[in-house]
Design a protein around this ligand. Sequence first.
Ligand code: SAM
Ligand code: SF4
Length: 326
Amino acid sequence: MIRDSYNRMHNYLRISLTDNCNLRCFYCMPEEEYEFAPASKLMQKDEIDELAKIFVSLGVNKIRLTGGEPLVRKDAAEIIKTLSKLPVKLTLTTNGSRLHEFVDILDESGVHSLNISLDTLQPERFQLITRRDQFKRVFDNIQMLLKRGFHVKVNMVVMKGLNDSEINDFVEWTKREPVHVRFIEFMPFSGNRWASNKVVTMQQILDTVSEKYEVERLQDEKHDTAKGYRVPGHLGTFAIISTMSANFCGDCNRIRLTADGKMKNCLFAEKETDLLTALRSGIDVVPLIHQNIRGKAKELGGQFTTDFEHLHPEEIHNRSMITIGG
Ligand code: SAM
Ligand code: SF4
C-alpha cells in the first residue's frame, strides 16, 4: 500500500506517455520556444509496463494515460494493449484528435470510459485556444464515441473573457447527448499566462448555469475530483473541478509519473523522484516510491492555498502542464 503521512492511500496512477502534442493550447504549453524531450529520455514501452506492474503490486488499481497527447506516441496502441492486461481500470485523457484511429484498440482493450478535452464549441475559438484547426475532427470523434456507447467526459477549462460565455452551451449539449461535461477551473503552471482574474470559480459557474436551468446535485464517487450535477431531464451531466476555489486534496489518491519517468505526488509538487534512472540502473524503486509519497504536502503541493486571488504564479516552482501530464 502506498500511504502518505496524512494517511491517504494512493491507488490511482496517472502515466504521461509523452510531452509531445499535436495541439498548442496556450494554457498548457509554455509560450517560449518549446523542445519536446528526445525519445531516449522518455520511458520506453517495457519500462512503462515494468513501473506500472510495480505500482500495481503496491495497490494501484486505476491507471490513466495522459500527456502531452498520449495518442501521438508511435507505440501508444501497444502500450494500451499491454497495460490493459494488468488488473486495473485503464483509462485515458486525450485531446480527441486521433480517436478515429484508436477507437477499435480502445474497445478491444476494454477502455470504454475516457476524458476528452474541448474548451469551446466554436471552431474559430478552438483555433485561437489550441493554435490548430482541428475542431471538426475532435467534435466528430466525440460524437462517434458517444454513438458507440463509450462513457465520454468532456474537459472544458473555463477562462474568464475567453470561453465562459459558452458554459450554458455545454450544459445544453448534455440535454440531447449522454455526454458528461467537466468544467475545470483555470490552474497556474509555468509560462501559461495564468492570472487570478481569469479564473472562473465553481460558484460563478453554478450561478451561470442556475440562471438558465434547474440544477440537481449528484452523489460523487469516492476520490472524485469533480462535483457532479444534472439538469433534470438531460441525458448527460455536468461537473466542476474546483482545484482553485475548493480543492479536494483531503481525499487525494493520485500519483503521477511524467513521460521522463519522474514520480510526482501532486500536480503542484516541486519535488520529483527519478524512478526511470533508478530502474535503468537496477536500483529497487519501491523504497523510492514510499519515500516520495511520505513527503507529500497536505494540499496543492504545499505551494499555495485556496486564497488564489493573492497568488503570484511565478512563485510556484513547477513544470508546465504539458511536461507533467494532466
Ligand atoms: N492532451 C490531452 C488533453 O488535452 O486532454 C491530455 C493532457 S492535458 C495536459 C490534460 C488536461 O489538462 C486537459 O483536459 C487540459 O484541458 C487540462 N489542462 C491543461 N492545462 C490546464 C490548466 N492550466 N488549467 C486547467 N486545466 C488544464
Ligand atoms: Fe496538448 Fe492537451 Fe496540452 Fe492541449 S491540453 S496542448 S491538447 S497536451
